[in-house]
Structures are given as C-alpha cells and as structure tokens.
Design a binder for this molecule. Sequence first.
Ligand SMILES: *Cc1c(COP(=O)(O)O)cnc(C)c1O
Length: 386
Amino acid sequence: MARGIDTKCLHLEEEEGLNTHYGAISYPIYQTATYAHPGVGQSTGYDYSRLQNPTREHLEKVVASLENGIDALAFSSGMAAITLLMELFAPGDHLIVDTDLYGGSIRLFSHVSEKNGIIFFHVECHRENVENYINEHTKAIYIETPTNPMMNVTDIAALAQIAKKHGLLLIVDNTFLSPYFQNPLDLGADIVVHSGTKFLGGHNDTLAGFLITNREDISERFRFLIKTTGAGLAPFDSWLILRGIKTLGIRMERAQKNAIAIAKWLQCQEAVTGVIYPGLPEHPGYEIMKKQARGFGAMITFHLKSKEFALAILEKVRMIKFAESLGGVETLITYPATQTHADVPKEIREKNGITEATLRLSVGIEDVEDLLAELEAVFSAASEMA
Ligand SMILES: *Cc1c(COP(=O)(O)O)cnc(C)c1O
C-alpha cells in the first residue's frame, strides 16, 4: 500500500532498514565539496558536490516521493530551477505560458529566455482555448494553478490531454498548493516546479527550488544540466528544507483553516470589493479545485475600495508583516503592484486584474483569533487614514 503523504514527509521508505549514518534520526549534513576515491577508476558514488551530495540527494528523494516523480532536483532557489528548465529549449522553440504567473518567471522569460531565442505566447490558460496557440514550433505549456496572485485555476488533466495530443511538455509550478494538496504529475503533467522557499521550507528562512519529473529522458537531461551549470542546493540549506518538510502537513492544514476564516472575514468588510480565494464556493475554479486538489491552500488575494486604503493597511500592520514571499509559518502581506509583480508591464498587470488596490495575504499558522484581531485593528485604523 502506498504510504500517506504525512508519513512520506518524515520517512524515506527506500532507505529504511539500511542502518546507515550511525542511526541518526535527523539526516546528517555532508558539508563537503569533494570526495576521496577508494582507488583509480573507483568511486563511492560521490565525486564532487556540484554533481551530487548525500544531504541534497536525500532531500531530492523525499521531494520526488511527495510529488510521485521518478526524480527531483534541488536548486539554490525557485528561479534557479526555472532558469535550468529553460535550457531544455532551443532558439526558435515556442512556449505557451500563462499570462498570470509569479513575476520573476515572467521577468526571466521576457528579459533572459527571449534573448536566447525562445518565443513566448502569453495565454489565459484557465479560460482560453490553448489549442489555438499551438503550431509546429510549440514545445511546452507552462502554468501555475492557482496562479500568483490572481488565483486562476486551470484544469490540469484537460490541459495534459491537449499537451499529449500535440507532443508538448506540460510544466506546472505547484508552489501555491505544495505537494500536500496537489500532485500535477498524477494528473498528466511532465514536470513540476517548486519554489522550495515557500511551503516546502515553510519557515521564511531558506531559499530553494525544485524540478520534479516522471520521465527518464527529462531526468537524465536535468542531471546533465545541473552538473554543468551548478545551481544545486547547498548541504546545510538542503537540511533546513528537509526539516521544514517534516511538518508540511500540519502547517498546510492549519494555514488553510486560518485562510478560510480570514477569507470569510474579508468578505464582510465594507472596504473590501473582492476576495479571491479558491476555497470559496463562488470562486470560478472551485469545482476544478475540488476535482484535482486535496485542499485550497493559504493564499488570499483581495481588492480594496481604493489605493489609499490598501496603502494604509500596509502602513498599519504590526504582527502581520509587510513582506514579499509566502508559504511560511508567519503571516505576510504583499503589494503585488510594486513588489512581486513590479516587473510585469502595467497593461498586462491590469489586464490580469492586479490593481494598485490589490493586496495578497500568505496566511500563517498563528492563532486565528489573533490574526482576526490584528485585521480588525488594521482595518479600523486604515479607515481613519484613507
Ligand atoms: C517565489 C516563487 C517562485 C520563485 O522562487 P524563489 O525561490 O523565490 O526563487 C516561483 N514561482 C512561484 C509561484 C513563486 O511563488
């Protein structure tokens, strides 16, 4: 019987019973750059830490098991992972990418990958017919679901069918839900991307990124590329992410519970003109979420009645921190227009629905009463200011 995900966060089945590392319960940090060879033409299996490191390898196996992949690679950040991913493509290749994505991904595509000859078509994958954009040069479809920050939900299995029919790779950035709530490979995706900085690490203290696949050929290519380009995650950071993953399940459950309460509270505020949370039945992606995910996550985007009100909230928060990033135990609030999505051209940002009165909350695991009390105080102070 396949093990449950909470168990998989703690135990790597394949290494059980091996009696290695003196029985250490916490996986050791192999802080070494290189490895001695037993003899000429012999290797312990480890030659140099750019290629492989036991601590990083252990983390990679855990993440592969969480996403039901055959291989996972750990990188120094989410962007390092996506940058390496782009090396799968050659000048003249076309990629269909969602219009609403993490701002850094859009910056990479338009300011780095495009210069290398890759051509991007920005498509609203949750509602447009993606097939209309496919031609003989198209190589892949790249999405997030739910998207950052507009929470658009795309049917992964339906898109996977289109990708298979046309021989394209389907790549899904699964950062927002984490493997605890969603497994795109099981739904037909070929590659999963994670910013491990977010829910996987979970403590707002370490940067990391992952690529996971269930295809031998892609895994082989990724292994060649990581050893060649060198953005693998450091041993200590690998250990921190391993430690974070141990509590992934209870963190996700608690953060989601808090998020549902906060989304409902926000809906009752006169100053709030819209709450976008895929766990609300009125969210257009609610039914698809119920079909393809095991939960709705802890990210909420909401619109205020004015830019002034949004800015006043950012001025007044105290326990909730005004900071970029997401997915950690501490609740953070962000201003997408000037922070995470500042490099997305204004007209695209506005077309996607991100205005200067839009805020994004990454709900943490504090006591929900304290979060609601903070929000009450912040909203009443903001109404006096704005
Ligand atoms: C943060 C983020 C990234 C980039 O990851 P880093 O670890 O910050 O480099 C990519 N995709 C999504 C959805 C993100 O939230």
